[in-house]
Design a protein around this ligand. Structure first.
Ligand SMILES: Nc1ncnc2c1ncn2[C@@H]1O[C@H](COP(=O)(O)OP(=O)(O)OP(=O)(O)O)[C@@H](O)[C@H]1O
Ligand SMILES: [Mg+2]
Length: 323
């Protein structure tokens, strides 16, 4: 059984005058100790998917369907009380601006203590303090951070606090949404290496949302390529990023400098994301796809098995059908 099984999840936002089809029919698996990168252009639904699975979207404006099974239990159907036990305890999240959630006028250690007490109200103060010092140490922060205020820390230190906080209840699944994007390359690399070590030691699986393909290539086992709310291609990093099958993945890869350092022009992908309030009649990528045929504009391609652990949603990819 996978740790997290996402089955046909769709998430729509209802705003005053329209419906935005932000995530459409997404199915993917995360195994224990897996590391799965989610990539795709801005607006392709990556954060909506992550926030939807964490049930952190405002429920009055969204409509969700499908299942998200965490250790076999559907998060999307859980009652609020049970959800509160699962969220942070079994799965947690770090955003780019996670630290904004902390109060600027209270010391970091005290705030971490309070958070710990939400789930363990009767725990001994000394035990909690030891726990927090060990968390700070795990993310390579000095002990003085305990008594610091958020404004006294650099961006890299703050993101480390956010990561320490996300690990406070030893979750099985950590979701990072552009969590290291704003940091300089050296700090980002340090933090990513620390996380990879933590994962090994704490038996954590990670979903990593990022614009940076090189981060996925260097820190993830699997990759999910999203475009306009749908998965275009998914599989092992060593397959998908090395030998991309979907025209969108190919375009995305050619938008980035070669990892091997060979110089070539960055081709990018012409055009823009479609209006996501119009439900597509065919492949969402067809309007920008150089290989699109008449069928691509009329029919939505489903993910087809292309190889072991490899799926592509393209009529041209030559995969074998799942059906
Ligand atoms: N609260 C909201 N109300 C209405 N539409 C929204 C809301 N939040 C996001 N959207 C829309 O949902 C779609 C997906 O957005 P989302 O933020 O999930 O994309 P993303 O892939 O995370 O982008 P980025 O890489 O820029 O973070 C976009 O069309 C966006 O405009
Ligand atoms: Mg996002």
């Amino acid at each position: 059984m996978s740790l997290l099984e996402i089955k046909n999840v769709s998430i729509n936002y209802h705003t005053n005058d329209k419906t935005v089809y932000a995530v459409q029919d997404v199915s993917m698996n995360v195994d224990e100790q897996d590391s799965v990168g989610i990539v795709g252009e801005s607006g392709s639904g990556k954060s909506t998917l992550a926030m939807g699975i964490l049930r952190l979207l405002p429920e009055n404006i969204i409509e969700t369907s499908g299942e998200a099974l965490l250790e076999g239990e559907d998060i999307l159907a859980m009652d609020t009380k049970h959800l509160q036990e699962v969220r942070w305890m079994k799965m947690s999240v770090v955003f780019q601006k996670s630290m904004n959630a902390l109060s600027p006028v209270h010391r970091i250690g005290y705030q971490m203590e309070d958070i710990y007490r939400v789930h363990y109200p009767n725990e001994d103060k000394k035990v909690i303090q030891d726990k927090i010092y060990s968390l700070l140490k795990m993310v390579n922060l000095p002990e003085r951070v305990y008594m610091s205020y958020p404004h006294e820390l650099s961006g890299g230190m703050m993101q480390r606090v956010a990561i320490a906080l996300s690990l406070i209840f030893e979750p099985k699944l950590l979701i990072m949404d552009e969590a290291t994007t704003a940091l300089d390359v050296v700090t980002q690399t340090q933090i990513l290496n620390e996380i990879i070590d933590l994962e090994k030691n704490m038996n954590i699986a990670r979903i990593m949302i990022t614009h940076d393909m090189s981060v996925v290539a260097s820190t993830c086992k699997k990759v999910v390529v999203m475009y306009a709310g749908r998965i275009m291609e998914q599989g092992l990093v060593n397959d998908v990023l090395v030998n991309p099958q979907h025209p969108y993945t190919k375009g995305l890869m050619s938008s980035f400098p070669s990892f091997t350092g060979e110089r070539k022009n960055l081709k990018g992908i012409e055009g823009n994301l479609p209006d996501m309030s119009i439900y597509p009649t065919g492949c969402v990528f067809a309007p920008r796809c150089p290989f699109a045929t008449e069928r691509c504009h009329k029919e939505i391609p489903q993910l087809k098995k292309y190889g072991d652990n490899w799926e592509v949603a393209c009529f041209q990819s030559g995969g074998t059908s799942n059906e």
